[in-house]
Design a binder for this molecule. Structure first.
Ligand SMILES: Cc1ncc(COP(=O)(O)O)c(C=O)c1O
Length: 428
């Protein structure tokens, strides 16, 4: 599978061990591997950027992240806050204590969990199904569209690899190149619309692109595509929790991960489908709920682990209790602070940013991350030598870096990244 960018938000990179507390800001040392860079000097890149955002009170204490690492990549896998993890464990304990009672009740409990989640999005619970992740949602949704090999599906070169692959398995792809420096959402919209032809049946477009943190599937683009008779499939993997109205624009199909910005356990996602398509979404496997149709037939798959999905609404409840707008503002300001520091490094160019997002992307000097192996090597070097988890995205002619802001992050972590990256880019 490959896209020009070959982005792998979730490419294997290893996870860190849980450690309570979060008190130090030191890069991890170790007897083997490259020497950690010194990251305790003055910030060599200047500090006259945007005012540093503060610390979200109590934010870090809600997580059990390894305090030796700066986790600046919430967007890839998310991280489960302790109260949600506790509810997840409580449900798992319940399943262990009486499996018969638990599993017999699963379909109805999934429906109840779905109703709570749908209420957060202001949408009809009968119009969405709980699924495992965005990739699975894309796979199921595209099956509902009855595509043939001669049908054209429009994607962009910022699309996520597994989702693009789901489309490529079913139809002919037309890939719209979007220059990473296109100035704004309107320019992106125009580039996508310019690629529509009478043969375009479906557009699979990101709400928020993974490598470049751009909004593609805004309400205006969706309306324009609908006017042209194009069925819209929106990859909203990053939207739940990040955008105030993730289902805005009424796409034909929309899916989003709850395990990224909505604080849900891993393996929690939603697939929302327009009424006319619902009966055509296939159940992923035959099950005893098949006769119930969408959404129950889609979300029930026999004896499986449903505990994460059943705890997922607690993530959205927690976000609401913390103050979703407050969290979003904090996360966006922190990411902007980090991007401001990185933008001062020689040869690093910030991509146009959107204040609604807790993600920022910057292009690295042209000799870095030109291919996926180069990007993965740099990502691992940043972890090994600077102690920061970030996404490094490959791109022909030079890739980039993506950073995130989350309530467990602090300005000092981005300052550490900026100092360390400066040395790595200099070939230190
Ligand atoms: C835009 C986008 N789409 C799809 C996915 C795939 O998500 P998952 O691995 O949960 O299927 C990701 C993962 O980061 C993503 O960023």
């Amino acid at each position: 599978m490959s896209t020009p960018a070959g982005t792998s938000d979730t490419a294997p990179g290893g996870t860190v061990d849980a450690a309570p507390g979060r008190t130090v800001d030191a890069a991890p040392g170790g007897a083997s591997g490259p020497a950690p860079l010194r990251t305790d000097g003055p910030v060599p890149v200047g500090t006259d950027g945007p005012a540093p955002a503060g610390v979200f009170p109590g934010g870090a204490e809600l997580f059990r992240l390894d305090a030796r690492v700066a986790h600046l990549n919430h967007g890839s896998f998310g991280s489960v806050p302790l109260p949600v993890a506790r509810e997840h464990r409580r449900i798992a304990d319940e399943a262990a204590a009486d499996p018969d009672a638990f599993f017999l009740g699963v379909p109805d409990r999934l429906a109840a969990a779905r109703a709570r989640i749908a209420a957060h999005f202001g949408t009809d619970p009968e119009g969405m199904a709980l699924v495992t992740n965005a990739t699975e949602a894309a796979h199921l949704a595209l099956d509902a569209l009855g595509l043939g090999p001669d049908d054209e599906v429009l994607v962009t070169d910022h699309g996520y690899g597994t989702v693009v692959e789901a489309a490529a398995r079913r139809a002919r792809l037309v890939t719209v190149p979007l220059h990473p420096l296109l100035p704004d959402e309107d320019a992106v919209r125009e580039a996508v619309l310019a690629a529509v032809t009478p043969r375009t049946r479906v557009a699979v477009v990101d709400q928020i692109t993974s490598p470049t943190a751009r909004i593609v599937a805004g309400p205006r683009l969706l309306a324009d595509l609908a006017d042209r008779g194009v069925t819209t499939v929106v990859d909203g993997a990053h939207a739940p929790g990040m955008l105030a109205a993730p289902l805005a624009g009424r796409p034909d199909v929309w899916f989003g991960n709850l395990h990224k910005w909505a604080y849900a356990p891993s393996g929690s996602a939603v697939l929302a489908v327009a009424p006319a398509l619902r009966d055509r979404v296939p159940a992923p496997v035959p099950s005893w709920e098949d006769h119930r149709g969408f959404p129950r037939a889609v979300e029930y798959r026999g004896t499986a682990d449903y505990t994460g999905l059943l705890a997922a609404a607690d993530g959205l409840d927690l976000l609401a209790a913390l103050g979703a707008e407050r969290v979003r503002a904090h996360n966006s300001a922190l990411a902007a602070h980090g991007a401001g520091l990185l933008a001062k490094l020689p040869g690093v160019t910030p991509l146009p940013a959107d204040d609604r997002l807790a993600l920022r992307a910057l292009r690295l000097p042209p000799r870095f991350a030109r291919t996926r192996p180069e990007a993965e090597a740099l990502r691992e070097e940043i972890m090994a030598r600077v102690g920061c988890r970030v996404l490094v995205w490959p791109w022909p002619g030079g890739g980039g870096i993506r950073i995130c802001g989350q309530i467990y992050n602090r300005p000092a972590e981005y300052e550490r990244l900026a100092r360390g990256l400066r040395f790595l880019l200099d070939g230190d």
